[in-house]
Ligand binder design. Structure first.
Ligand code: NAD
Length: 428
């Protein structure tokens, strides 16, 4: 599938259909789970700094809430589509189910480019999004969180708007809030650290010593930055990282054959995860084209940017030495590329398992908000590690016992849990 014809929702549905067939899921449950239960599409007018009014499109999609309130991020992206949000909401349902937390799946977004919006304009967008949805989301219905190009600052504006409308304090309305304002210690690190917790477990099963491994990353935003930190802490060496340069409207790969230094790079990276290439050159980094991250002669490939990044047209560029594909991003691999990766015997840690640390910590954040008692960071990290490790082990054991691919094993666990919930509730 090419860059232009890719449709994340079709991919998510095909993945679901194939596993539903394998486990003999009944027709009604299939029909219910292969599409979102509810969708909200709306306009958000914003008075811009120059006095003009611009109208943005906003969305919230609730795929399934049988196991608990819907849960999922809000993405700000100029190329966001309804179908991408549908797919992401579906993957959220499977993600919450695979780590066995009592939440369903949802996702939202606004078609916009925050690179070109002032803080005031972004605040108006956040407040406008909440005003449109206040009756349909909330601590017991649907709990948003950050995603691509949104962060704690946006979450707090959204919380403030919600609380103004609801007339009270509802910190459990949204997660990914700043620490001290209802946020959980460790939430910023959680997705990236969780990615490496499952990698650590996978390498143990594969009898690979993590300290002898090398990796190449796509993306250097929230997820990748903390994944790189934890991977280096465990002794791994990162040879290359790519990121998007908004000024040049293209991606670059930053390479250092001896292993790059995450702290050096963080010092020259902006809030959107863009590494400054002039400063990187001064530090001795080699600057390569954006696609070069996938061709590196490493043990572990980590797509941590966006969906549709490993496709039929570039999957053959993956070096023969790659042993593990660690999907930190949502939906990075197309179905046809997935087949090639499988034939080559590369061990895949599928997206909705690999990056489930974020929502797991969001769940911890909600629990802490409900108790109005906040844990120490060590406690959060310990609980996160326990959840991620046991989810990985369950998926791995099923994949071995039933000779399933890791992705299919993860789907089997999740779909069975959600199917059980919709049946127990008497929905089907
Ligand atoms: P982010 O906005 O913080 O960072 C995205 C990074 O990807 C940036 O470094 C950007 O430069 C880079 N990028 C974008 N397009 C690129 C391209 N074409 N080539 C190379 N690099 C490119 O986003 P994030 O929060 O780190 O999310 C990354 C992925 O992880 C997304 O798929 C997201 O849905 C998923 N995810 C995020 C979380 C979370 O807690 N933030 C949780 C689960 C999954």
């Amino acid at each position: 599938m090419s860059k232009d014809t890719y449709n994340a929702y079709e991919s998510a549905q095909k993945q679901f259909d194939s596993v539903a067939e394998k486990i003999g899921l009944d027709e009604a449950t299939r029909e219910l789970l292969r599409q979102p239960m509810r969708e909200y599409h709306f306009s958000i007018p914003v008075k811009m700094d120059d006095g003009s009014v611009k109208v943005f499109r906003g969305y919230r999609i609730q795929h399934n809430d049988a196991r608990g309130p819907a849960k999922g991020g809000i993405r700000f992206h100029p190329l966001e589509t309804v179908d991408t949000i549908r797919a992401l909401s579906m993957w959220m349902t499977w993600k919450c189910a695979v780590v066995d937390i009592p939440l369903g799946g949802g996702k939202g977004g606004i078609i916009c480019d925050p690179h070109n919006l002032s803080d005031r304009e972004q605040e108006q967008l956040c407040r406008g999004w909440v005003r449109q949805l206040a009756r349909n989301i909330g601590p017991n219905q649907d709990v948003p969180a950050p995603d691509v190009m949104t962060n704690a600052k946006h979450m707090l504006w959204m919380l403030d708007e919600y609380e103004a409308i609801a007339g009270g304090r509802y910190p459990g309305f949204i997660t990914g809030k700043p620490v001290g304002m209802g946020g959980s210690l460790g939430r910023t690190e959680a997705t990236g650290f969780g990615v490496i917790f499952v990698l650590r477990e996978a390498l143990k099963k594969l009898n690979i010593d993590i300290t002898k491994t090398t990796a190449s990353f796509q993306g250097f935003g929230n997820v990748a930055q903390y994944a790189v930190k934890m991977y280096q802490q465990l002794g791994g060496k990162v040879l290359a990282i790519s990121c998007w340069d908004n000024a040049d409207k293209k991606a670059y790969t930053f390479k250092c054959e001896n292993g790059l230094d995450v702290n050096d790079l963080l010092g020259i990276t902006d809030a959107f995860g863009c590494i400054n290439k002039d400063k990187a050159k001064e530090l001795g980094y080699e600057i390569l084209p954006g696609d070069a991250w996938i061709e590196q002669n490493v043990d572990i490939l980590v797509p941590a940017a966006l969906e549709n990044q490993i496709r039929a047209d570039n999957v053959h560029n993956i070096s023969k030495n790659v042993k593990v594909l660690l999907e930190a991003a949502n939906g990075p691999t197309t179905l046809d590329a997935d087949k090639v990766i499988d034939e080559r015997g590369i061990f895949v840690i599928p997206d909705f398992l690999a990056n489930a640390g974020g929502v797991t910590c969001s769940y911890f954040e909600q629990v802490q908000c409900n108790m109005n008692y906040y844990w120490e960071k060590d406690e959060v990290m310990q609980k996160l590690d326990t959840k991620m490790t046991s989810a990985f082990k369950a998926v791995y054991d099923l994949s071995i016992n039933k000779s399933l691919k890791m992705r299919d094993a993860a789907y089997v666990i999740s779909i069975n849990r959600v199917a059980q919930a919709v049946k127990s509730r008497g929905w089907v």
